[in-house]
Design a protein around this ligand. Structure first.
Ligand SMILES: Cc1cc2nc3c(=O)[nH]c(=O)nc-3n(C[C@H](O)[C@H](O)[C@H](O)COP(=O)(O)O)c2cc1C
Length: 366
């Protein structure tokens, strides 16, 4: 199954492998993509990844959440991204731009000393209390997201992924832990999802009905007793499908909850695919393709996720940092497990890189 094609909103993807969004720390400080970023994506494309999702790209300067993060807040980024999408399209590979606003997890700078969020809920991991957004700020943010979608299309991205996971702004609107609003942007699941449906509506005005918009959403915030829960995440997925999203990637965790998103110590099959049960619940509730991410390491587990109905596609981050040619190794060279040991040393401000191997972008891993 892993090597059979699939369609997302009419776009044919050559196999079931996605490179999940991975911040590369390979942009200029103002968010301009570099040649090194294009090199990395071209390598993944050359090694037959079906769909590449870029690192998270911020839609406005107050929504920046990391050094050397990709930007998509100005039309001046369209041309440099266009060079990258053209490089990827020389191969049988599709590419999506992931777009984000950092929200309460945004960088604190002298220009932007207080991050924005749905409600002023202190982040215990950073000690920062964000400012609750007023309606005008919400409407401006919706416009910024929609303009980013327009730019993504103009730059030749095949689709765009709204980042609704990991505690960033849109994720924090969905979560009852971080969204305590009592107006129509908070309260019911429908109200907490309202900002996203508005972004999709406005984007449609700019890019038309057919441009594919997918999402990466949290199925859990990672807290035991509060935050997003399983029945609610299914409801969110249903609402997103109704709003017209073409695929749903299922993840989890916010920074306050610790290492939920990229878990360490995935050294046995039983520890792999740690969001699989959420993915299956969502898959049973929607008709659009569901994508599973998180701790996928062995080919057999990946195949099982698809054949047993947990997901339609598998999405990998850390394994493709260590082995950008992993898909080819699985398909043609008899390999059955990624070498990634889930140590998380690839979170590297000098440029994403596996600390265990010398090979880097552009080289075969074995
Ligand atoms: C270095 C690094 C950067 C990441 N950056 C992003 C990002 O920009 N956007 C995103 O949605 N997830 C990001 N993630 C999370 C991954 O997409 C993925 O959800 C997580 O690592 C679990 O998958 P894995 O076990 O295949 O690594 C990042 C992960 C790593 C390791």
């Amino acid at each position: 199954m892993l090597f059979t094609p699939i369609k997302i909103a009419g776009l044919e993807i050559q196999n079931r492998f996605i490179r999940s969004a991975t911040h590369e720390w390979l942009c200029e400080e103002d968010g301009t993509p570099t040649q090194a970023l294009g090199d990395l994506y071209e390598t993944l494309a050359r090694y037959d990844v079906g769909l590449i999702i870029t690192g998270y790209s911020y839609v406005n300067p107050i929504g920046k959440s990391s050094k050397r993060q990709q930007g998509i807040y100005s039309d001046r980024f369209i041309d440099p991204y266009h060079i990258i999408t053209e490089r990827v399209h020389r191969y049988n590979c599709k590419i999506a731009l992931q777009i984000v606003h950092g929200g309460r997890q945004a960088l604190v700078t002298s220009e932007y000393p207080v991050p924005l969020a749905p409600s002023a809920v202190r982040d215990s991991s950073s000690g920062i209390t964000p400012e609750a957004m007023n309606v005008q700020q919400i409407l401006k943010t919706i416009e910024d997201f929609a303009q980013a979608v327009r730019r993504a299309k103009a730059a030749g991205f095949d689709l765009v992924q709204l980042h609704l996971a990991h505690g960033f702004l849109l994720s924090s609107f969905i979560s009852p832990y971080t969204n305590r609003r009592t107006d129509n942007w908070g309260g019911s699941v429908e109200n907490r999802t309202h900002i996203i449906t508005k972004i999709i509506e406005r984007s449609r005005e700019l890019v038309g009905e057919d441009y594919p918009i997918m999402v990466k959403m949290n199925a859990t915030d990672g807290f035991v007793n509060y935050g997003l829960n399983a029945p609610e995440c299914v409801e969110v997925a249903r609402l997103l499908e109704l709003a017209g999203v073409c695929a749903i990637e299922v993840s989890g965790g916010i920074s306050e909850a610790g290492e939920i998103m990229a878990q360490q110590g995935i050294d046995a099959k039983e520890k792999e695919a740690y969001f699989k049960d959420y993915a299956r619940m969502i898959k049973e509730a929607v008709d659009v393709p569901v994508i599973l991410v998180g701790g996928l390491r062995s080919k057999a587990v990946m195949d099982k996720m698809i054949t047993k109905g947990y997901a339609d596609m598998v999405s990998l981050s850390r394994p493709l940092i260590r082995e950008p040619d992993l898909v080819v190794k699985f398909r043609d060279k008899g390999f059955d497990r990624a070498q990634c040991i889930s140590c998380n040393e690839c979170f590297n401000e000098n440029g994403v890189k596996c600390s265990r191997v010398d090979n880097h972008i552009g080289e075969e891993s074995v």
